[in-house]
Design a protein around this ligand. Structure first.
Ligand code: GLY
Length: 326
């Protein structure tokens, strides 16, 4: 199978496992990748998403670019019906409709995003198609869905029986309050560094559970949910999108790293910018994950419970983040 077919099969129309790591190692046998231990390749993801991060790591080792690895990695969680914050199986809005948001950014600074898309599972891949096949950066709603169908994506019902049951339970009280660390999971933001040392990222989410129809958070907003500058580093965000957007969190982190802060210091400062605006102790979560061009990684969150997954040198680890409130 050639590389193009391999990638398109992996995320178009798939409902369960997207890229089995075994498939990629099979592919790598033919490709004879030229990486070595010195090669900086690694993948980092928000939350404990070991399989998604492993898929990205193996894709990098097989010689795929950082953007291809990131999109294929997050695609696993987009198909994971047990993940209620990303892709198919994501929590619906207050009207019972699941709508998804995603963006991607590559090492050249090019980017693409889709907002409030219904019936399409692999929205990070769709954002990459917006970046590569249209003169635009963002497609929203019906237009994004139409574009997806034209590109060969199969429309699907994204509301699972379990999702419908949970929504009906929510309707009884209609308590519109963001939950902290839902199932220790939320938006998946992933940054990959490939064997050429290029950084790219993807960010994908179903957004705030039971949101108002049309609500869009930080995840598909370039600079808020994700930002990459190949000369400096990259950052991704998870948690309450409104607070990330108000401080343009991921762009802020990259700019702080440009001015000399480490990824850890930059994430801490970005969290502090949010806290400075709060009059009382916040009851929401925001977390950041970042990396610089030296391969250093930083993470920080407001509330405890945030973790990230780090793949490097064939080791995939989940690491707890430090937080303001312990
Ligand atoms: N961070 C995801 C959202 O707020 O939509």
């Amino acid at each position: 199978m050639n590389r193009r077919k391999f990638l398109s099969r992996s995320y178009l129309g798939a409902t369960s496992l997207l890229i089995a790591p075994e498939t990629i190692s099979g592919l790598s046998k033919n490709k004879k990748p030229s990486y070595s231990n010195e090669t900086p390749l690694y993948a980092i993801s928000t939350w404990d998403v070991s399989k998604a991060n492993m898929i990205a790591g193996k894709a990098l080792e097989a010689g795929f670019s950082a953007i291809e690895a990131a999109v294929n990695g997050v695609a696993y969680e987009e198909s994971n019906l047990l993940n209620t914050t990303v892709g198919k199986g994501g929590a619906p809005d207050r009207d019972g409709i699941v709508s998804l948001d995603a963006c991607v950014m590559n090492h050249t600074g090019n980017c693409g995003a889709v907002l409030a898309v219904e019936n399409i599972t692999h929205v990070a891949a769709l954002a990459k198609e917006v970046m590569e096949k249209t003169p635009h950066v963002i497609l929203a709603g019906k237009g994004a869905r139409q574009f997806a169908i034209k590109q060969g994506y199969k429309p699907e019902n994204l509301l699972t029986e379990q999702g419908k049951k949970a929504w009906k339970k929510w309707l009884k009280n209609k308590n519109y309050k963001p939950e902290i660390n839902v199932e220790n999971h939320d938006t998946i933001g992933m940054i990959c560094c490939d064997k050429l040392g290029n950084l790219s990222g993807a960010c994908t989410t179903s957004g705030l559970a039971y949101k108002m129809s049309g609500r869009v958070g930080d995840s598909p907003i370039i600079g808020s949910g994700l930002y990459i500058d190949n000369k400096v580093g990259g950052a991704v965000a998870t948690g309450l999108g409104e607070e990330v957007i108000k401080t343009v969190g991921s762009f802020l982190i990259v700019e702080l790293m440009r001015s000399g802060l480490s990824p850890q210091e930059a994430c801490e400062e970005a969290v502090n910018r949010i806290l400075e605006k709060q009059k009382v102790k916040p009851n929401f979560q925001v977390a950041y994950l970042s990396t610089n061009i030296n391969g250093e990684v930083g993470a920080y969150s407001i509330q405890k419970g945030f973790s990230y997954t780090f793949y490097k040198n064939k080791i995939n680890k989940n690491i707890s983040s430090d937080s303001v409130y312990k």
